[in-house]
Each structure stands twice: as C-alpha cells, then as structure tokens.
Design a protein around this ligand. Structure first.
Ligand SMILES: Cc1ncc(COP(=O)(O)O)c(C=O)c1O
Ligand SMILES: N[C@@H](CCSC[C@H](N)C(=O)O)C(=O)O
Length: 447
C-alpha cells in the first residue's frame, strides 16, 4: 500500500478534476499534502525546529488563524485554498506539513485526540471485516475495538503480537487491518513491525497495517519506513510534551488512503483546532531535547530499580527479552517503564508515597508520572480479560520527565522504603523476595 508518489489533490480539485470519496461523492478541496517525504534538508533534530515561513509578514511563529470561515472571491465555490476550518485551516496545514516531514510521510493529518485518530482509521472498516491486534494494548484502544466488535460487525482477534507467526496465522482474506503498538502499553513488549507488515501484506495485500507510535514518537521510530501503511499517535503525549492539549496525528504515504482519511475527518469534524495546532507545533520543536533528557532519566531510574532487585520492563535495559529486536527498529528506548512488586497493596503504597512523581495517567510530559495501569489507564479492560492477558495487577508504570535525575531517584527510593517494598539492612535495601540485600537506601547512586 505504501510508497506511492506524492500528488497534489488540491490541484485536481481546483482543475475541476473529480476526486471521489469512498462512496463516489466529490471530495471538498483538501489542504495540499506535504512536500515529498524525502524532501528533508537537515537531520531530524534540526528539522524538528526548522520550518519555512508561509506567512505574509514572515512571522517566526506561525499565526493562529482563529477563524471558522474564510471569505470567498466569487459565488462559484472554488478557487481558494480555505473555505471553512473544519475542512482546512492555515495553522493546521502548517502543522500537518511539519508533521509529515518529521514522520517520514507524504501526508499527515491532525485531529482532536489520539482516540479520534484511531476512530478515523477504523472507519476504513466495513461490517464483516476482521482486525488482528495485540493482547496488550492501551485501554482506550481496546475499548474502541470492543465497541466496534459489539456494535459495528467487526471481528477483532487479540493475539500475541510479539510472535509474528501468531499474527500471520490470524490473518486471512477478511483481514482488513492489522493494528500494532510497540512498545506495548503497559507491558512494554516489543513488536516486530517489518516482519508482521510483510507477512500481513503477503497473506492479504489489501490489509492495512496501522501502528500506534505514541510510546516512541517520530524522534525514535518511523513505522512507515518499516512497512506500515498508517502510523498514528496521540499528540497529547511526547509530540506536545506539556499535557496542555489533546491531539492525534495520522501519517500516510499512500495518496488515496490519505484522501479517504481526510474525507472522514472533514465529514465527522474532528480536525485539530487552530489554537491546539499552534500549541502542538510549538511542542514538536522541543521534542528532540525533551526526549533526550527523558530517556537519559528513564535509563537512570530503570537501572536503579533493577539493581535493587525489581523486575523492570524497559527496552533500554539489556535484560529486556526483546532488547535486540527493539534496537533493530528504534533509535532510543523512550521514557516509559514498568515494574512489579509482587503485591498490589505494596504497589499502591509506593504510588501514594511518591511526592515528585505525580499520580496521573498519560505520559510524554516534561514532568514525571507514576500510575497503576490496571486501576487507571487500563481500567476499562475488565479484570477477567486483564487476567487472561497476563496483566499483573501490581504493575507500576513510570513515565519519566526532564527533572533532575537525582531528585527522581531519591523520591522513588524514599517511596519504596516508606511503602515497605524493600528489605532494609545496615548496608542497603533490596526488593522484597528478591534475594540478597544490596544498595544503600540513603543514596541514589547506590549499586
Ligand atoms: C498508546 C496510546 N495510544 C493512543 C492513546 C489515545 O490518545 P488520546 O488520549 O490523545 O486520545 C493513548 C492514551 O490516551 C495511548 O497511550
Ligand atoms: N479515563 C481515561 C484514561 C486515559 S489513559 C491515558 C493514557 N493513554 C495512558 O496510557 O495513561 C480513559 O478512560 O480513556
């Protein structure tokens, strides 16, 4: 599906050419797709901040076109780029072109939330279609898929996506979509995008492979380069980085697929607002520096926990069972990690003892968060299903921010001790039930 050359659909609309939607109707003029994906001039850290001004006054920060409608030159209903902000807005177009560039895509589309992005994508499905997806998925994704299987006539197969053969076995000629997350949320399992995309396309060439890249962001992973047809992510997380907006982003290479997705966005009215487009563009510019610091802090925290005997899930650690696979695809480990304590009440006490780490859902923000996924972000997955999918109730998720690493480790260390999560001796502490006591409870630099 991927790899079609870029095409300016706006040109077709203006030339009076017919661009038809999936049901055979004329499409409204859509804002021009981005410049070609290989049109990057600089390295990613530079491209994140570099945009060519499209403003008549050469404004350094793109203006917020806070206008719902645009005056037209004539009554003929054509001949200009924008008519109504639901269909297109200059601030949103500027953002979308910037996102397409950094997501290695021909086109990017900005919508009102990550779930809004998935909703748009799943409207490609028709009753009777099948979806193959993971058994460890963000709770909201699971909820939307469950809704579609209950009310939309879609058959959803949840399989172990860490095993490409299992995915391949689940794909058949009714499979319209393969939906992947890597690392998975919250168990931090790694999924081999290239192998699965190749196997899915071989088994059914019309199947669309969609990857949720929220956990890593385009800073660390480009699923389109690995054979995915669609990449989407919650812009609420790393892309914006400050938890001050909700946004979703979809990126594609295939022109026709892009038009279908744009049609749904315009028809359903979920395009990102001008103000949030501006905020997201501002956030993206610091994605590189934020991610570098967040990853360094996450590695420090993961190493600290592991050295004190906790079972830590983080692809930056060599102990991660899919370490090599992760690094064969990605440029970094991200800043979300999870660990278990063996006791749900101990986990609860750790979370509630933390002070610097805010008890909060979400991730990708500049400040550090701590949560219990089974009770918070993934509570919409019922307990029986969580058990069937081996989601440990005691799992704690840490979403690491840009604070001073010593402060983060010290606060966590204090919370572990206060919660009674560790055995303390004169020479240090170690996770309950994990063997010898090592480390020094009073120092973040221990072991
Ligand atoms: C992996 C993942 N995908 C998608 C979403 C949905 O994003 P949003 O909250 O912006 O709707 C979230 C979190 O909410 C998420 O964690
Ligand atoms: N109440 C919300 C929970 C949002 S979870 C946000 C984020 N994806 C995370 O993983 O923390 C809901 O029901 O969707």
């Amino acid at each position: 599906m991927s790899g079609s050359p870029p095409e300016d659909s706006r040109g077709k609309a203006f030339a009076g050419g017919k661009v038809l939607d999936i049901d055979g109707h004329n499409l409204p003029p859509s804002p021009a797709p981005s410049t070609p994906r290989n049109g990057r001039k600089y390295n990613l850290m530079t491209e994140l901040v570099y945009t060519e001004s499209t403003d008549q006054y050469n404004a350094s920060s793109v203006p917020i076109y806070q206008s719902a409608t645009f005056k037209q030159d004539s009554a003929s209903g054509g001949g200009q780029e924008y008519d109504y902000t639901r269909s297109g807005n200059p601030t949103r177009t500027h953002l979308e072109r910037h996102l397409a560039k950094i997501m290695n895509a021909n086109r990017a589309l900005a919508v009102s939330s990550g779930m809004g992005a998935l909703d748009v994508i799943t409207r490609l499905l028709r009753p009777g279609d099948e979806v193959v997806t993971g058994d460890d998925l963000y709770g909201g994704t699971n909820r939307l898929l469950k809704y579609l299987s209950t009310h939309g006539g879609i058959v959803v197969h949840h399989v172990d996506t860490t095993n490409p053969e299992t995915v391949q076995a689940a794909v058949n000629n009714k499979t319209a979509m393969v939906l992947l997350e890597t690392p998975t949320n919250p168990l931090i399992k790694i999924v081999d995008i290239s192998t699965i995309a190749a196997a899915a396309h071989a088994a059914n060439p019309t199947a669309v492979v969609a990857v949720d890249n929220t956990m890593l962001s385009p800073m660390l992973l480009n699923p389109l380069d690995l054979g995915a047809d669609i990449v989407y992510e919650s812009g609420t997380k790393y892309l914006s980085g400050h938890h001050d907006l909700m946004a979703g982003v979809i990126a594609i290479n295939d022109t026709a697929l892009g038009e279908k997705l744009f049609f749904t966005i315009n028809a359903s009215g979920c395009g990102l607002s001008p103000f949030d487009s501006w905020l997201l563009l501002r956030g993206v510019k610091t994605l590189g520096v934020r991610m570098e610091k967040q990853q360094a802090n996450a590695m420090r925290v993961a190493t600290f926990l592991e050295s004190h005997g906790f079972k830590v899930r983080y692809p930056g650690l060599k102990s991660h069972p899919q370490y090599d696979l992760h690094w064969s695809m990605a440029r970094g480990a991200g800043a979300v990690l999870a660990f278990e304590t063996g006791d749900v009440h101990v986990s609860e006490r750790i979370v509630e003892s933390a002070r610097l780490w805010a008890i909060s859902v979400s991730f990708g923000c500049v400040n550090s968060l701590i949560s219990m996924p089974c009770r918070m972000s993934h509570a919409s997955i019922d307990e029986k299903t969580r058990r069937e999918r081996n989601m440990p109730e005691d799992i704690i998720r840490l979403c690491v921010g840009i604070e001073d690493a010593d402060d983060l480790v010290d606060d966590l260390s204090r919370a572990l001790v206060q919660a009674g999560a560790v055995n303390i001796t004169t020479d240090g502490f170690r996770a309950l039930g994990s063997g010898n006591t090592v480390g020094d409870a009073s120092s973040s630099e221990s072991s």
